[in-house]
Design a protein around this ligand. Structure first.
Ligand code: ATP
Length: 236
């Protein structure tokens, strides 16, 4: 079943065209990675899907319904959750308060979801009464993912989950992403500059360059591509 289908999407910053007709598909149960260099348009794509930016042109279909231009809070309630670049946790709220905010669109049931999040991120349970601002970068990333999970997303979008993290923590975060997908069936769309780990974790990938999709396919095939090896995996 198609969860997300983006067709010929364009997005602008004033006169700058950041997306030049992007089309992508995410199927139920998939992890899909968007690769691309700085400034390729990855964050713009995520923001436009999440309703944080207006699409200039094109369509975005989520579970069969057109959502282009729909208010972001409504999209969260409908099952799209964005874990933003730089995490954006509330530093003065406790870890648990941050998590509960992720369930703001629902009444009740939050305790089960908290237990689920604490099961995947035991460190968050240990530190649940501490202000989120005291967490390390990796723990804040865990908190941001946990908060996204609290909304029971049908599509979870992660913008640069490895940003600013050590290789060890990056591996740890991606292992949890893969487990959430395999064990909880969470469909994921992620943007990642670390092409190695993205191609290891995702089932399918798209390469975005200057606002256009230049290559796409199953990650096994992308890993075998000479261009990908040269430009994204640093092999010659
Ligand atoms: P990064 O990994 O650096 O975040 P990205 O692939 O996510 O890169 P975007 O942030 O989506 O890229 O940016 C796409 C293009 O739009 C770039 O050329 C960028 O300079 C431009 N851009 C992004 N944000 C703005 C803005 N607020 N105003 C004007 N131009 C912007």
């Amino acid at each position: 079943m198609s969860v997300l289908s983006v067709r010929n999407l364009e997005a602008f910053y004033g006169a700058i065209k950041a997306l030049r007709g992007v089309s992508i598909d995410v199927e139920q149960g998939e992890i899909v990675a968007i690769l691309g260099a700085n400034g390729a348009g990855k964050t713009t794509l995520m923001k436009t899907i999440a309703g944080l930016m207006d699409p200039g042109k094109g369509s975005i279909t989520f579970l069969g319904e057109e959502i282009a231009g729909v208010d972001p809070a409504r999209l969260v309630a409908r099952g799209i959750s964005l874990v933003p670049e730089g995490r954006e946790v509330f530093p003065y709220l406790t870890v648990e308060e941050n998590l509960r905010l992720g369930a703001f669109t629902r009444k009740g049931g939050a305790q089960d979801d908290l237990d689920l999040v604490y099961g995947y991120f035991p460190i968050l349970q240990e530190r649940r009464r501490q202000a989120a601002g005291f967490l390390s970068g990796g723990q804040q990333q865990m908190l941001a993912i946990g908060r996204g999970l609290m909304a029971r997303p049908k599509l979870m979008m992660l913008d640069e989950p490895s940003l600013g993290l050590s290789p060890l923590l990056t591996t740890e975060i991606f292992e949890i992403i893969a487990r959430l997908n395999a064990e909880q069936g969470v469909t994921m769309l992620l943007v990642e500059q670390n092409a190695h780990i993205a191609l290891e974790t995702a089932h399918k990938g798209y390469v975005l360059e200057m606002g256009r999709i230049m290559m796409s396919g199953p990650t096994e095939r992308l890993k075998a591509s000479e261009d990908i090896q040269e430009f994204y995996l640093g092999r010659t």
